[in-house]
Design a protein around this ligand. Sequence first.
Ligand SMILES: [Zn+2]
Length: 502
Amino acid sequence: MRIAVGGIMHESNTFNHRPTPLEAFRVQRGDELVSWWRDTPHEAGGFIAGAERFGYELFPTLMAQATPGGTVTREALEGLTRELLDRLARAPQLDGLLLALHGAMASELHSDADGEVIRRLREQVGADFPLVVTHDFHANVSQQVVELSTALIIYKSYPHLDHRERGLQAASVIARTIKGEIKPVQALVKPPMLLNIVHQNTNVPPMDRVMAAARALEKQPAIVAASVAGGYQYADVPELGPAAVVVTDGAPALAQQGARQLADRLWSIRERLQFKLPDVARAVREASASDRAPVILVDMGDNIGGGSSGDSTFILHELLRQGVTGWVVVLADPEAVAACARAGVGAALRLAVGGKRDSLHGQPVAVSGRVKCLHDGRYEENEVRHDGQRYHDQGLTALLELGDPPAERASYLLLTSRRQTPFSLQQLLSVGLQPARQRALVVKAAIAYRAAYETIAGAIIEIDSPGLTAVNPARFRYRRAPALWGLPASANTEEGKYDKPH
Ligand SMILES: [Zn+2]
């Protein structure tokens, strides 16, 4: 039994007008795919581990991933899909394919780019070829993916900590299918609602109970997999919204009934999905007054993992305006990094940081400080964290100690060359910071950072900050999304462009 493994993963924020090109993808091919992913908690690690556990030979194709950002360019989707198809065409006799797709990838031509990849695959490999697909919890699951895949398995956690387990589950499903032990059939049901990202934490109510219901269904002998996806609200696409997918062994009515049951459960919690978060000024006042350090200030409007710029200055500006000290802010700002590198370690300088990528994330802020250190930006995370990655690279990085001279309790700006999601404390530890001893840490995220930061947090303040990932859907105009509960009624009727935050 020989099984190909691969993946093309991107979460596309269609409100971000900066497209994601081919160069933005990090790609591992062939044997490198295996060495890169084997020891990670990612689903690709699960696909690889499945070879030994379920007795198949691996045929690694390619694994491509890019940081969430704007819509994938036509060339990028075409290039990656074509390479995947070519590698499969040149492979020795294959019995199946395990494919990791995010589930919220949109390209310039296809709102359901994941479905397009599978459609092209099916054209090449035929209707009966076993093709088991995994999705991120933030998938906007499409009918096309469910119809054209043999089985679809979705992460059950947010923060995402079960990638590898899902990869192994997919590996088990494909091995049993090939051996003729099961005949997967699946059904998709989508409740007509928006499940706001604020409420998607699967460790707390109401989502913990919904996920428990999915797990309980999976214990039934005829049910192969039962998944719930939370959906991804920053994509103005017809597929927008949460979903329930149930895979059974040859029982279509049971699949439909199970998916309906989970979708009804989502629908039944909708009235509990209210949110009222402080604005930036109030949140900074609360952090400053808190005696529970470190306070995590969550910049939800600049959630890098949701596809925003990573250089929003609204919170930085407010921290300086209110005279708060003892904080760390991370900004993606290659120009500022270059200025620090030119000045050198120990040098004092004045510069304007952040607010440079677009007009939606505040103005550049003038700061003065001393270059505490320069770092190549590479670090390794050996704990199980949200993104399932082990090796990180945020590009050349500068740590700037603020103040002239620095305040008694120093504040720091960590300036990175690339946008980097805050899913690992190693991002701060690797440059010598002691995050647990700071008064406040600003994270540009929504929920995912919790797996790392809850280990040290004194308090957490989620902020309704402006930006490309603002949590209030009324800040956006949707044009292609369906009418959903929780999406403002006017939102899906007008021209679909992001409006300036108001
Ligand atoms: Zn996700």
